[in-house]
Each structure stands twice: as C-alpha cells, then as structure tokens.
Design a protein around this ligand. Structure first.
Ligand code: PHB
Length: 352
C-alpha cells in the first residue's frame, strides 16, 4: 500500500483537511505548492494561472505518501489496522449491528459494528453487498488508457504540463526535485511488454518537445504501468448501515486529478456525520450523506470527462469533433472566464 504509485495532486481543501486532522506535518514540509498548470497544444504553451484566477493553489504530494501518513497517525493514536485479511463479507447491514466477517491468519473472525464505511476501492466487497436493484450505475469507458512512468530524472518543469498532440495526450508531472512522473495516452489493450524504455522516451519527446527551447530530462525508469480510464458512479452512496466512499462508489479518469480529492471529501462528510451521531445522537448528516456527497461527485465527473475529452486524441472522432476540441483548447487559452472555470474546478470548489 505504501509503495504503489498513484495520484499526486491535492486540492487546497484536501490539504486543509489533512492539516486540520493533524496529518500536515510532512505534507507541509515535502508537498510542492503549485500556482498554475500549462496546457500545450498546436506547438504553443499556455499557462493557466490557478492562483491568479481563484486565489487557491494545488499541492503535489503522492497518494502513497498520504497513505503512509494516515497509517502512521492511526497507529500512533492506538488504533488497530488489520492488514492481510481474506474472504471479507458484510452481513446484517439492514440491522442495528452489522457484522464484518473475514479470515485472518487462517482463523474466522468477526467485527461487530454500528455502521460500516465501505472505503474499499472499486474492487472491494462493499458495493456488491448491497442487494440487487437498489443501486443505479452510471458509466462511461474511454477508448484509451494511460501508460505511467516514474523516472529518476529532475523534472524539466516547475508546473504540470497537459499536452494535446496528434500522436495522443501526454502529461508531465513530478514527485520531487529528482523524480519525474509522466504519462502517455495509449490504446486500452496495449501490453506494457511492448513498451521498452526507449520507446516510452521517444514517444514522450514527440508529444512534449513541441515548443522551442524546451526539452525533456531523461533518466532511469523506476516503475511503469498501464491504467484503464473510466468514469463510474453508483447511486445512492448509502444503503441502510453501509456508507460507501471513494473509489468504491465513483471513479474518474485521472485527467482532472480529482480521484484522491473526492475520496477525502467523502470521508470528511462521513466523519462529521458520525461525530454528530455519536456526540449528540443527531442523524440528519448521516441521512443527507449520499445527497450531499453526490453533488461534488457529479461536479468532478463532469470536469474530469471535460478535461479528458478536451485533451486526448479521440480515435473515433469525426472531423467536426476534432475542430470542436481545438476550439475548446483555444478558448481556455484566451478567455479569462473559461480559464477560471477550469481553474476553480482544478483547485477544488469549496462549496458545490
Ligand atoms: C500525477 O502526478 O500522478 C498526476 C497529476 C495530474 C493528473 C493525474 C496524475 O491529472
């Protein structure tokens, strides 16, 4: 869990939440505050001044660093985290005392609960524990995937570059002053074995080295993987005593950098709702959880779909759609109003 390379961008609200929860110490020391991003298309670079347009900024800090901080804080607070459990099943979700059953070290064990927070990811068991017919699924798959690499190369950028290119989308991100994180749009059925390091660098150069005087820094590739892209939501986010959060109920394509932020926003709502119930016996925050969370979820769904559609090469596109895509990019680059819309979604809307 602590090694797996995943997302890297925290909204201002996510940083504030982590800091308020006592998780900000390393984040504030090692996280890199960025006040803009770059859009690269038609052989030109356009900066979107996030902070200039919204007053807020993003922080680049790897998701697995957040996971490390969460595990350390929970352990230090005397909490128990059970790793390596198998055969997890949820029972009695429609009773006052649901039970989580699982196997650990070869033995059957049970956890008796007041509530179950289903934060177990897209492939977890929670969503599937809701009876048939209760949940409605909304989804979209895209005809491409992202090949991501982590490289021991000083990033050739101060801010993230999102590049639209006729060979396909590319993204230049980073993890530290010595480590670059880069992505390439590839076909969804692409085999990573067909992508030796030199092919990856040559494709990155072709898509990113499009403005005069700019070149990529290369170095040993430390990690590479291919991730499919999808948009996915199930509604409602709650059934009886089960409260679903994060990837267990919604997935966004990574282009808008929203996945980790949405998961944090869900658990922030849920945390407040549980606190109100345990401290004062109040139920309205629990009752409103799904409705409130889904407003942010759908804003992020739209934004992520929009960024994805604007920046990728769409194989199925007709010439009309290609013209619309390039007009959209130019509009973002030239209109303060449209750029502000991108910026406020990217840094995260405080209220949705
Ligand atoms: C990342 O650094 O991993 C990253 C950054 C921005 C994105 C997606 C991923 O939109």
């Amino acid at each position: 869990m602590e090694q797996r390379v995943r997302a890297g961008v925290l909204e201002q609200g996510s940083v504030d939440l982590l800091c308020c929860s006592g998780l900000g110490e390393r984040l504030q020391r090692e996280g890199m505050r960025h006040e803009g991003i770059e859009l690269r298309f038609d052989r030109e670079a356009h900066r979107v001044p996030l902070t200039g347009l919204t007053g807020r900024a993003i922080t680049v800090y790897g998701q697995q660093e957040v996971v490390k901080d969460l595990i350390a804080a929970r352990t230090a607070a005397g909490g128990r985290i059970l790793f390596e459990v198998d055969d997890v099943r949820l029972d009695g979700l429609d009773s006052d005392s649901p039970v989580i059953r699982f196997r650990r070290d070869g033995r059957d064990e049970e956890l008796h609960c007041d509530f179950v927070a289903g934060c177990d990811g897209f492939h977890g068991v929670s969503r599937g524990s809701v009876p048939e017919g209760v949940l409605t699924t909304y989804e979209r798959t895209y005809p491409f995937a992202w090949l991501g690499i982590l490289a021991a190369a000083p990033p050739a950028v101060d801010e993230l570059i999102y590049a639209n290119h006729e060979r396909g989308f590319a993204l230049h991100s980073l993890r530290s002053p010595e480590i670059s994180r880069l992505y390439l749009q590839v076909d969804p059925d692409e085999d990573i074995a067909d992508w030796p390091d030199e092919r990856i660098w040559s494709e990155l150069r072709a898509r990113l080295e499009t403005v005069p005087g700019w070149s990529l820094n290369e170095g040993p590739i430390l990690e590479k993987s291919i991730t499919p892209m999808r948009s996915f939501v199930v509604e409602p986010m709650q059934w009886e005593r089960l409260y679903l959060a994060g990837d267990a109920v919604h997935i966004v394509p990574p282009t808008g950098a929203k996945g980790m932020n949405l998961a944090l926003a869900d658990v922030a709502l849920l945390g407040d709702a549980f606190a109100a119930w345990y401290a004062e016996g109040r139920t309205e925050l629990l009752e409103n959880y799904s409705r409130t969370a889904l407003r942010r979820v759908w804003r992020a769904q739209h934004f992520s779909w929009w960024m994805t559609s604007m920046l990728h090469r769409l194989d199925t596109q007709d010439p009309y759609e290609a013209k619309l895509q390039s007009s959209t990019l130019r509009y973002v680059a030239t209109s303060r109003a449209y750029a502000t819309s991108l910026a406020e979604n990217y840094v995260g809307l405080p209220e949705v």
